[in-house]
Design a protein around this ligand. Structure first.
Ligand code: RTP
Ligand code: MG
Length: 147
């Protein structure tokens, strides 16, 4: 079982796509482990996107990600990182495959709605950055008898 950090970016929140994006991961079969609606501080934004510091798009990226609230989540599944990256689609909406979140809803590379961790190392780093250990819920869905 693998965990990944998914975040609906400010454009996704503003456009009312939080439910739609969550729903895709839910319906696919991933298990929700944590979620919170929050504003991103300058410090959190810079730490989260530290690998892009110095790149031409970095300053705009930080302004964008701190411009409005985001919805951060931890999802788990076998191969959760590759699975969610495939569902999100390529960074550039023009290149994102049909049926992916970015292909279906995004127009611009800079306003691409959702973030997903891109490696096991980054997933571990990002989950620890965005969530306190007690905010991550460990449970076994197969035990539930409510349906
Ligand atoms: P993310 O980290 O947000 O999930 O996106 P990603 O892995 O698909 O793309 P990444 O390379 O990590 O870039 C982070 C975000 O920076 C913006 N970006 N702009 N050439 C450009 O103008 C450019 N390249 C990247 C995007 O908003 C991208 O999501
Ligand atoms: Mg990335």
């Amino acid at each position: 079982m693998e965990r990944t950090l998914i975040m609906v970016k400010p454009d996704g929140v503003q456009r009312g796509l939080v439910g739609e994006i969550m729903s895709r991961f839910e319906k696919k079969g991933l298990q929700l482990a944590a979620a919170k609606f929050m504003k991103v501080s300058q410090e959190l934004a810079e730490t989260h996107y530290a690998e892009h510091k110095g790149k031409p798009f970095y300053d705009k990226l930080i302004v964008f990600i701190t411009a409005g609230p985001v919805f951060a989540m931890v999802w788990e599944a076998d191969n959760a990182i590759a699975l969610t990256r495939a569902m999100i689609g390529k960074t550039d909406a023009v290149e994102a495959a049909p049926g992916t979140i970015r292909s279906d809803y995004a127009v611009h590379t800079n306003l691409n709605l959702v973030h997903g961790s891109d490696s096991a190392e980054n997933a571990e780093r990002e989950i620890a950055l965005w969530f306190a250990p007690e905010e991550i819920v460990d449970y076994d869905r197969t035990i539930a008898r409510w349906i």
